[in-house]
Ligand binder design. Structure first.
Ligand SMILES: [Zn+2]
Length: 78
């Protein structure tokens, strides 16, 4: 679920400004433009401003998703 929401944020490379990354693994993210390697934490850290700006928007989406699955659960119980 975390990755689903992460994928909607345009993370940018600190070095070249590129926004294409390949995920080698959960802990290793490589910039497709310049090859700079990040850990997830480093990438999130260098994009914390953008993440902050989008936080409310993302929270809304999370809430909507939760409401939807709650409704699904209640429907099954009926
Ligand atoms: Zn780069």
């Amino acid at each position: 679920m975390k990755d689903k929401y992460m994928g909607r944020i345009n993370l940018k490379c600190d070095v070249c400004g590129g926004d294409q990354f390949s995920h080698e693994s959960d802990e290793e993210i490589v910039c497709a433009e310049c090859g700079k390697e990040y850990t997830k934490e480093e990438l999130i850290d260098s994009n914390s401003e953008e993440l902050d700006n989008r936080k409310d928007e993302l929270l809304d989406d999370v809430k909507k998703d939760l409401e939807k699955s709650m409704k699904d659960i209640f429907r099954k119980w009926r």
